[in-house]
Structures are given as structure tokens and as C-alpha cells.
Design a protein around this ligand. Sequence first.
Ligand SMILES: [Zn+2]
Length: 98
Amino acid sequence: MTTDVLYSHCQADHRCNRTPCFEAQLVADGGMLPIHRNAELCADHLGDMVQALTAWARSLGLTRGQVTVLAIDPTWHVRTADQARPCKPFQFAAIPLT
Ligand SMILES: [Zn+2]
């Protein structure tokens, strides 16, 4: 029995249809509230998106925070409810905002 199949693709570029295997998470001190941005990416777009997130934070004057990069299970979006749970994300980098 197949139920609720979801598909995902890299969020860096709408023309990229690769399955994301990384997630970049930006968390910054925005004053009153923390600022969060995240994107799921393929390996080809990971570096560009990390640079884009840090540049975006810098353009807003956000210097307290970081971009965390996680390896994610690329199959979790296509798993069905009756299949095994996806692997837990693995953090392998943290880039401080400057
Ligand atoms: Zn991509």
C-alpha cells in the first residue's frame, strides 16, 4: 500500500531538479526575534547557497549567528508512511556570520 508520497527538489534554482542531500540553516540574532532561513540543496548548489545566505545576512547587518550545514537523507521526501524512518540529519559544518 502506497500513501502520501512526496517529492522534493533542490531549492537553490527552480531549474535544478536534483534531490536535496544537504540543508543549510541560517540562524541570526535579529534583535527582538531570531531570524531563520533554510534551504534544501543538492551537492552542486550547496556552496552557492551558503555564500548567498551569509551575504544576505551581511547585507542586513546581521553579524551574530551562523549558517549550519546538515547532510540529510535524500530519500526522506519520497518515503511513504509505511516505510522506515529517514536517517537523522548530520551536522558537518557551522559557518559563523561576520
Ligand atoms: Zn541544485
